[in-house]
Design a protein around this ligand. Structure first.
Ligand SMILES: Nc1ncnc2c1ncn2[C@@H]1O[C@H](COP(=O)(O)OP(=O)(O)O)[C@@H](O)[C@H]1O
Ligand SMILES: [Mg+2]
Length: 429
């Protein structure tokens, strides 16, 4: 199915909805076989049960084809560990034999390739956006790890930080076609619509936050923007509802009435169907949370406080996946261009991440969790023996204060190879 579809229920239009959102609506009897779906290819409304990609929603006991899981790792602040967690998560999952694709969707400050020890990726998003390479699989690269592929971001490329809507759509549609067990999307910092749209386009969004108040606040704001974007998209074709909810000025976050529960009650008094749809949208949105850089047990409360605030004020149920300690081994692993789970599988951070992978992401409990843990340990040991990051070469441009661009550069990375590959020739003159 295209990423999501518009539907018509009792002559009113809603959406776009993902298949999983529609499944939920079907199970509650709010969306039925005879309701209409907009068929983009044919340019007409057709009955839901006749729309090929939705037929399975109405067929009793038809198992859904196994689908890959796409995680988007984002959430507010920069520097909280999104990239290091993405690369180690990818290594962990691939070490267990899963096919994994990492995607660097931090268009403003791509560096996932560096954390994988790949200093000069052969292809990047730049090749895809400029249509030099047509599909995502054309820019997919092998990494030093078996079963783990990488789609590298294009660093320092003006204009890519905010891709056009059509570019985003093309990317999101193709993302769903990737053949793998897991796809992990490393998102940029902040709450720009680019980041939010990617976070919302996938089924499983993971927020990484540190226990610092600024990070917790930014994660809360990130969720608020996500919700606003969701509400706006759901009722885009119903200006009467947007007005009633005071959501016309989408850019003004303060216009979102809190608690969101009040919005639901208000909508229920105006239009019961729309109210039910809003409730479904809220139920379906279940972001996950990883608390990173935890120093002391007290810090964990910050993650729980974020969960409580999101439930109370935004009516969003965050699934807390767990925490990762502040661990100097991570800093060392970054300098050695090795994902931290490989660099030192016995470090506190690696152990916490391994636990999170087995228990939370793969949902293994009891004996089965023990077996999975052993498989993961062995896989990481094997991967660690074969992993060899490309070392810094003599002719690599090393980032330093002597660089002409130092004062203005967003990608300063002193002492390490310059990530702004497009500037190379200028450096060398
Ligand atoms: N748990 C941790 N303990 C210690 N240092 C960490 C931890 N997580 C991340 N870091 C450090 O923070 C830096 C920024 O992490 P990064 O993943 O690049 O952040 P983001 O992608 O969110 O901007 C890394 O270079 C790493 O040294
Ligand atoms: Mg990053």
């Amino acid at each position: 199915m295209n990423n999501s579809v518009f539907v018509q229920v009792a002559h009113k239009q809603y959406g776009p909805f993902t298949k999983s959102e529609l499944k939920n609506l079907v199970s509650k009897g709010q969306f039925k076989k005879k309701d209409l779906v907009w068929d983009d290819d044919e340019g007409e409304w057709i009955e839901a049960a006749k729309y090929d990609q939705l037929k399975s929603l109405f067929a009793a006991h038809t198992p859904e084809p196994a689908e890959k899981t796409i995680f988007a790792i984002g959430g507010g602040k920069g520097g909280v560990g999104k990239t290091v967690i993405t690369s180690s998560l990818g290594v962990g999952l691939s070490a267990m034999g899963y096919e994994v694709v990492l995607i660097d969707a931090d268009f403003g400050g791509a560096n996932l390739h560096i954390s994988m020890g790949m200093l000069e990726p052969e292809y990047t998003f730049l090749d895809y956006y400029t249509m030099q390479r047509e599909t995502l699989s054309d820019i997919m690269l092998d990494t030093p790890i078996e079963n783990l592929k990488l789609i590298s971001g294009a660093c320092g490329t003006v204009g890519l930080a905010n891709p056009k809507y059509s570019q985003k759509l093309r990317f999101i549609n193709e993302l769903k076609m990737i053949n793998a067990d897991f796809v992990l999307l490393d998102l940029g910092a902040g709450s720009s619509y680019s980041v939010i749209d990617f976070f919302l386009a996938v089924d499983q969004g993971i927020i990484v936050a540190s226990p610092e108040p600024t990070s917790i606040q930014e994660s809360f704001d990130f969720l608020k923007v996500c919700l606003l974007r969701k509400l706006y998209r759901t009722f885009k074709k119903r200006p009467d509802i947007l007005t009633a909810l005071s959501l016309d000025g989408i850019d003004n976050l303060s216009q979102l009435t809190l608690p969101v529960d009040d919005l639901v009650s208000k909508l229920n008094t105006i239009d019961k169907d729309a109210g039910a749809i809003l409730e479904t949208v809220l139920e379906e949105f279940k972001p996950k949370l990883i608390l990173n850089m935890v120093v002391e047990p007290e810090d964990i409360k910050e993650g729980l406080a974020l969960k409580a605030a999101a439930a109370e004020l935004l009516s969003i149920d965050i699934e807390y996946l767990g925490y990762i300690e502040y661990d100097r081994e991570i800093g060392k692993s970054v300098r050695e261009l090795r994902p931290f789970i490989l660099h030192n599988p016995k470090s506190k951070a690696s152990k916490s991440l391994s636990k999170l992978i087995t228990i939370k992401l793969l949902n293994k409990q009891g004996f089965s969790s023990l077996r999975t843990k052993i498989r993961l340990k062995k896989g990481i040991r094997d991967a660690s023996q074969t992993y060899s990051p490309k070392t810094v070469r003599d002719n690599d441009t090393i980032c330093s204060v002597k660089c002409f661009y130092w004062d203005d550069c967003e990608f300063r990375n002193g002492g390490f190879p310059c990530t702004v590959r497009q500037l190379d020739p200028l450096f060398k003159t």
